[in-house]
Structures are given as structure tokens and as C-alpha cells.
Design a binder for this molecule. Structure first.
Ligand code: DLL
Length: 462
């Protein structure tokens, strides 16, 4: 039905033949891939969520022994769950559950019913493996197309996809989404950055998909080659897969000349496309509530937090067949708001994910996320926004050194002044004392995918 409706729309998504008043109302709205779902009144959305949640719990109970055991232990029947209070009583699922049931133990469908596997390596031990039925892949493509359209991509655009292809969900997730939108996708993957710069221009890409750190690496190579990407057709960037700051957004927008939009997702839940900002307002990621139930909890107590408070994002899938997830603890720290976005979408907004529980450094009692340091570095005179944080143990205390890169052309005798400047700004804005090492241009490693921001040299616990 959605396909039929779409074909009856003109290029801006307005229905041909609609009454003038309706056309005018639609004209005030941005183009949406699935307008009905995206603007569904919140009461209807809530009812849909509860219906889909019960179906998900039935799927999980009937087909996944772990979920069945946990729900039975609590005496919960899938049909009983009717309100957010009932949801708060459901058990959490964690990354260790996936690891403990490696590789296929949490799948609700036999392996032969799956059309795709993805995996993330993680920092320790076994990878986390996720699986998709054909319907799951179609759902994912639809949500990615919806996200891309929200960001400002349109059917007919050339989408330059520099997310890594392979077990990482970024590459294929964006690829299927762009095709579903009706765009022309260029499956670049990460790396060969000079070639990326050439093809962005030659193929007339309007949309760039990559991690924010890699977008900056592309900008840098273009500048080195004397190419001004601001003069290219690039107009929209979908950047995610790692934490980034508002300062980084402004830097990327200024250097590439596009609208940089934040996109969020994780393999355990789907991949990219769980939430995405709208390009018009760039004010928080619309979490697609017809497919996911979002909660924010206190990571210490596990108790749900009131709207607006910062805590750990917990997500339940509502339409996944192969890997239904009940209250998955993402470790991502953020807050949500149901305040209506002027774009007309009714789905809640997730504020920028500042970091993961696991990425938080505690330096002499001060909690620090790498993205907070990034926000200070980006735009500071004399340095480039390429950085790494080195954490060491000195005696009984953790010690932080910020390695940052000098701006091209800065004479080395100025490095100590720049280091002092960075140290001062980090102390006054983040509250942490750090040593600062200024490296020569090009010396801080560039990423092709997720940037490595922290080198943790502290002894590992035995
Ligand atoms: O990174 C999926 C993805 C691909 C999202 C491309 C967006 C774009 P994973 O490899 O499983 O999946 O890593 C998921 O990355 O729990 C967050 O900690 C982090 N992350 C993802 N998007 C953002 C974002 C993909 N926009 C983990 N801001 C998540 C901050 C993000 N962190």
C-alpha cells in the first residue's frame, strides 16, 4: 500500500489530485518516506507498540529457551503485558547473553530460515552474532530508507556509501536502504580515500554515508589534493556508528559543505536506522517507535528514569523475527524527549549519544567521555580535530594524555603554546587535568570506520 501511495506523489511527495488545502498542509511538511507511520498520533503509536510487543514476547517465548525461562520465572505471560509499567517488569537482555549463547542460541528461527548474518568483534572474546530473515532485511531496508529521507536524501540521488561492507552492519544497511529509497548507491566501503574523493565528484554524489571521523579524513584528503568538496553536489551526510560532538558536526559541515545528520543504530537491535535526525531541525534522533520500544534506565539500579533524565538507553524490538530482543541494555548514555519536533514526525527524539558506559574514563574522580574532549578540540586554533586519548596508571592514579595534531603550517616552536592552550581549555570546560602532546600533521592515526579514540595502557585486571 505504501508503494502505491508513493507512486501517486509528485517529486516532493505530495499527492496528485489532493484538495488544495491538503496540498498546502503537505507542502509545509518535509518529504517523508512513510508519512503515515512517521506522523502517527502518539496514542495510536502506543497502542501499536503494545500489540507488537505482545507478539514479540510470544515469538521470544515460543522459540528462544532463554527468554522462555526468564519470563516463566517471573510468571509473565506475553498476553499480560499492556502498559509501560508491565514493560518495566520484564527482564533485561545483555551483550553477555548473546556471547553466552554464541553463535545462534538467541535466534527465534532455525538457521535455515535466515538470509543474512552480521557480527561485531567487540573488544573481548567471542563476537556477537546477529541474524535476519528476509522479512527482517526488508524491515531494515525500509527503516534505513525512512532515515535517509528524514536526513534529506531523495529518490534519484547518488548515495556514496563509505561505511565498511562486511560483517559490520553499516555498509550493507545503508546500501539496502539507499536502494529501497530509489537512490543510486555507490558501494565504496572504507579506504582508498583519494579514490573516494574522485568518485564523489565524478559520479555527482548528493549523499555521503560514513562515520563522522572518516568524513573528516575524506575532507582532509580532498583539501590536500586541492579539491573543494564544498563545490561538489554533496548536500547531505548521514554520519553515525560512533560518538561525535556538535563541534564536529559544524566542522564537517564547513569543510565539506553539506548538512551533517546524526544516525544511530546497533547490530544487536537491527544495525543503522534505529533512529535518525531530521535534516530540517537536526535536533535529536527520531527513534522509530513503530518498530522499537525505547526506555532510559538508571544504569546502577536498572529502574526506568523519567523523560528527559540522562541514563542508559534500553531497546525492545517490536517487529524482528529472527532475533527478538527484550529490553536490550545498549550501554549507550543519552536522554529522550517526546516533545513534538516541528518537522511533524511524532516519534520521540533521542539526544546525541555522548558515549557508552564502557567508554567513560574516570580521571581522578572526574567522569570523562572522549566526545567531551573532542568538543573542546574541534575549532581550537592551531590544532586539527584528529586526536587520541592515552590513559596510563601512574602509581595509584589514572593519568590522561591528549595527543592532538598541529594544524598544517604551524611552526613546531609554537607547539608548546598550543599544548598549554588545549590543556587550559580542557581543564576549564571538562574539569580534568591532562597532559597534551602536539603531534605533527598526519601523525595521529586516521580511521576508515569507527575511530579509535582511547589507547588504554592501564594494566588489565588479572
Ligand atoms: O555502529 C550501526 C551503525 C552503522 C549505526 C552506521 C550508524 C551508522 P555496531 O557496530 O553494533 O552498529 O555499534 C553500535 O555504536 O551501541 C553506539 O555505542 C555506537 N553508535 C552507533 N551510532 C551512534 C551515533 C553500528 N550516532 C554502537 N552516535 C552503539 C554515537 C553511536 N554512538
Amino acid at each position: 500500500m505504501a508503494m502505491l501511495a508513493r507512486s501517486a506523489r509528485d517529486a516532493r511527495g505530495h499527492f496528485a489530485g489532493a484538495p488544495a488545502a491538503a496540498r498546502r498542509a503537505a507542502a509545509r511538511r518535509p518529504w517523508m518516506f512513510e508519512p503515515e507511520a512517521e506522523t502517527m498520533p502518539r496514542e495510536r503509536l502506543a497502542a501499536l507498540q503494545m500489540r507488537r510487543l505482545r507478539a514479540t514476547l510470544r515469538n521470544a517465548c515460543e522459540n528462544v529457551p532463554l527468554h522462555r525461562r526468564r519470563l516463566r520465572a517471573l510468571g509473565v505471560e506475553p498476553g499480560d503485558v499492556r502498559s509501560p509499567a508491565d514493560v518495566a517488569a520484564l527482564p533485561f537482555t545483555t551483550k553477555s547473553d548473546l556471547r553466552d549463547h554464541y553463535p545462534f542460541g538467541l535466534f527465534a528461527r532455525p538457521r535455515s530460515a535466515l538470509v543474512r548474518l552480521h557480527a561485531s568483534s567487540g573488544t573481548t572474546g567471542k563476537p556477537t552474532v546477529v541474524g535476519y530473515t528476509a522479512k527482517d532485511i526488508a524491515t531494515w531496508a525500509g527503516l534505513m530508507a525512512r532515515s535517509m529521507a528524514a536526513a534529506g536524501a531523495r529518490p534519484g540521488d547518488v548515495v556514496h556509501n563509505a561505511y565498511g561492507y562486511g560483517l559490520f552492519t553499516g555498509g550493507l544497511g545503508a546500501h539496502y536502504g539507499a536502494e529501497r529509497l530509489g537512490a543510486t548507491v555507490v558501494p565504496m566501503s572504507g579506504g582508498a580515500t583519494e579514490r573516494q574523493v574522485v568518485l564523489i565528484q565524478d559520479f555527482g554524489a548528493r549523499v555521503l554515508c560514513s562515520t563522522p571521523s572518516y568524513a573528516l579524513a575524506i575532507a582532509e584528503v580532498a583539501e590536500r589534493e586541492g579539491v573543494d568538496l564544498r563545490k561538489s553536489k554533496l548536500a547531505v551526510g548521514l554520519f553515525g556508528a560512533e560518538p561525535w560532538s556538535e563541534a564536529m558536526r559544524r566542522e564537517i559541515e564547513a569543510r565539506i559543505g553539506l548538512r551533517a545528520v546524526d544516525i544511530y543504530g546497533l547490530s544487536e537491535i537491527l544495525g543503522p536506522g534505529v533512529a535518525c535526525e531530521c535534516g530540517e531541525h537536526q535536533s535529536g534522533l527520531h527513534g522509530w517507535e513503530d518498530h522499537f520500544l525505547f526506555e532510559v534506565i538508571d544504569p546502577e539500579t536498572g529502574k526506568p528514569l523519567p523523560e528527559g533524565e540522562t541514563g542508559e538507553l534500553v531497546i525492545t524490538t517490536l517487529t524482528k523475527e529472527a532475533l527478538p530482543m527484550i529490553r536490550y541494555r545498549t550501554r549507550d548514555i543519552t536522554r529522550v524527549t517526546t516533545e513534538r519536533c516541528p518537522c511533524g514526525r511524532t516519534h520521540l527524539r533521542i539526544r546525541r549519544v555522548t558515549g557508552r558506559n564502557d567508554d567513560m574514563l574516570i580521571i581522578r574522580g572526574v567522569n570523562v567521555y572522549p566526545s567531551q574532549i573532542e568538543a573542546v578540540l574541534v575549532g581550537l586554533a592551531g590544532v586539527e580535530p584528529h586526536y587520541q586519548l592515552v590513559v596510563e596508571r601512574r602509581g595509584s592514579l589514572d593519568h590522561l594524555t591528549i595527543e592532538v595534531e598541529a594544524a598544517p603550517g604551524l611552526p613546531p616552536e609554537r607547539y608548546p603554546d598550543v599544548a598549554r592552550d588545549v590543556q587550559h581549555h580542557v581543564k576549564s570546560m571538562v574539569g580534568v587535568t591532562a597532559d597534551v602532546t602536539v603531534r605533527k600533521p598526519g601523525e595521529v592515526p586516521r580511521s576508515q570506520g569507527k575511530a579509535v579514540r582511547v589507547r588504554d595502557l592501564r594494566p588489565k585486571p588479572a
